[in-house]
Structure formats: structure tokens, C-alpha cells
Design a protein around this ligand. Structure first.
Ligand code: GLP
Length: 265
């Protein structure tokens, strides 16, 4: 894992946006397959990508996007659906074709079959080039809660009381938060060619420490990212505060920056 400890969310957003921009440019005419996440953590990155689209001409016209997850029981146009969230916070503000923004259908009559369909659709699209992830305070990625199989596929999952309470800030009350979702599995997420996880705040520090330095375990599903060869972690000082080897990661980062500036000369 490459760990970037950044001073604030805006600095982090620039690092993540650089990786997305590179994926889009590298894909050329074929277009990139972008893995998008909801939650508050990726929002500054989306804002930075929107800015680059408007001010620097970064085009997503040939790209396609796949969301990580969706609440069961919420149709795509519901105020709190993840599909709507990603439209309002990102894709409505860029030139990505709206027909190319894919998510599990939370209103499907048969959610289990919908999960299988969605998993296959990602594979048929050739897999995700770059996946952005946030992390739950209990170490979940997507909605893969503690106890999830570390090789799981897209499926119906039940949310923990912790996640329902964390996500209730978007709803009028905790009673309104759906208790089930369709989520890409840990195994599905791990098939993305590059993964970039971003987090900020003290309430994420334990999950980040487990993810980077803990034993791989279903207790903290994000630890499975240790088994992926290309993961970039972009976190602020508060989220990094429980990392034992934080100074070493800073040192590595300085070395890398020096190397790339030498190469650029
Ligand atoms: C939800 C989403 C996750 C997200 C998490 C953290 O549970 N399913 O994909 O990472 O929230 O959200 P936030 O970034 O708002 O802390």
C-alpha cells in the first residue's frame, strides 16, 4: 500500500483526482471504467474533478462508471439513493453519458438476482480501472460489514447498527435508514486494477490502523486490501493518528516525491 498523509481534505482530493485523471487519459478513446463510491469522503475529489472538467477540459465523455452499492428499497431517484447522490455530487456536472452510470437497482423485485446481474455487468465491461473507496468506522468497504467473506461477490447484505447510526445523518431519523443493501463484494472490489481509499477524521483512525497494519481478518473487511498489489491510501493526520509506522510512510513519501522531481528535471 502507498500511504499519503495529507494536511487536509483539499490536498487529499488533488492526489486522488490525479489518479482518476491519469486513468481517464491512459484509457484514451476506449474510455476508462471508473468505480465510484458514495459517503462524504470522496466528495472533495468529485469537486476537484468537476473543476478540472470545467476549467482544464478534462473529459469523461468516453468513460463509464459503476457504483459500489445501493440501499435496498430506495428507487434510483429517491433523495437518499446512492444513484441520486452520485448524480448530484458528480456525474451531473461533467460530460459523462448518464446512460453509462451504473448502479445496483435498489428497487428490484429480486435483489439477490439483481446483485448477480450487477456483478456480471462489471465483469462484462472489462472490470474497473480505478476504484475510489471510503471506509466505514467499523472497517467496512462498500457495505461489506465485519464478518463478510473476504472473497465475497456482489450480494444482498444487512447493515450493522453502527453503520445505520453513522448513515442516519442523511435521513430525518435512524428509523428511515434502510437496513439492507446490495453491495459489491470484497472479492469484486479487489478485481479493480487500482484502488484509492480516502478517509479523514479521528473516527476513522482505528479502521485505518487495522487496514494498513492489522492482521487480515473478516473483523475488519478493509484489511483485505493488503492482498491487492495497487492500493493508494490518502488520509489526513487525524485518520493517520493510530498508525504505528506513520513516520516511515512520510519518509517513503518524501523519497518518492524527490525521485519524481529528479526524473522530471
Ligand atoms: C457508507 C458507504 C461506504 C462509505 C461509508 C463511509 O457506508 N456504503 O461506501 O465508505 O459510508 O462514509 P463517509 O465517507 O461519509 O464517512
Amino acid at each position: 500500500m502507498q500511504i499519503h498523509i495529507v494536511p487536509d481534505a483539499d490536498a487529499g482530493a488533488r492526489v486522488v483526482a490525479d489518479l482518476f485523471e491519469r486513468a481517464v487519459r491512459d484509457a484514451g478513446d476506449q474510455g476508462a471504467t471508473l468505480g465510484l463510491a458514495t459517503g462524504s469522503s470522496p466528495v472533495p475529489t468529485y469537486a476537484e474533478l468537476i473543476r478540472r472538467h470545467r476549467e482544464e477540459g478534462l473529459s469523461f465523455a468516453r468513460s463509464r462508471a459503476y457504483l459500489l452499492d445501493e440501499y435496498i428499497g430506495l428507487p434510483a431517484d429517491h433523495e437518499q439513493s446512492y444513484h441520486r447522490f452520485i448524480r448530484e455530487n458528480f456525474v451531473d456536472h461533467i460530460d459523462l453519458d448518464s446512460a453509462q452510470v451504473h448502479s445496483p437497482d435498489g428497487a428490484a423485485a429480486d435483489p439477490a438476482a439483481e446483485a448477480v446481474r450487477y456483478d456480471q455487468a462489471i465483469q462484462q465491461a472489462g472490470g474497473v480501472d480505478v476504484q475510489i473507496l471510503g471506509i466505514g468506522s467499523n472497517g467496512h468497504i462498500g457495505f461489506n460489514e465485519p464478518g463478510s467473506s473476504l472473497v465475497s461477490r456482489t450480494r444482498v447484505v444487512g447493515l450493522t447498527p453502527q453503520t445505520i447510526s453513522d448513515n442516519s445523518r442523511y435521513f430525518t431519523s435512524a428509523d428511515e435508514v434502510p437496513v439492507r443493501a446490495i453491495s459489491q463484494g470484497v472479492g469484486t472490489i479487489l478485481e479493480s486494477r487500482r484502488i484509492v481509499l480516502t478517509a479523514s477524521g479521528e473516527h476513522k483512525a482505528e479502521a485505518i490502523a487495522q487496514m494498513v497494519e492489522g492482521a487480515v481478518s473478516a473483523r475488519w473487511p478493509a484489511t483485505m486490501l493488503q492482498m491487492h498489489p495497487d492500493v493508494v491510501v490518502v488520509i489526513d493526520e487525524a485518520a493517520a493518528s493510530r498508525l504505528e509506522l506513520a513516520d516511515y510512510y512520510r519518509h517513503l513519501h518524501t523519497l518518492e516525491t524527490e525521485q519524481s522531481s529528479t526524473a522530471a528535471r
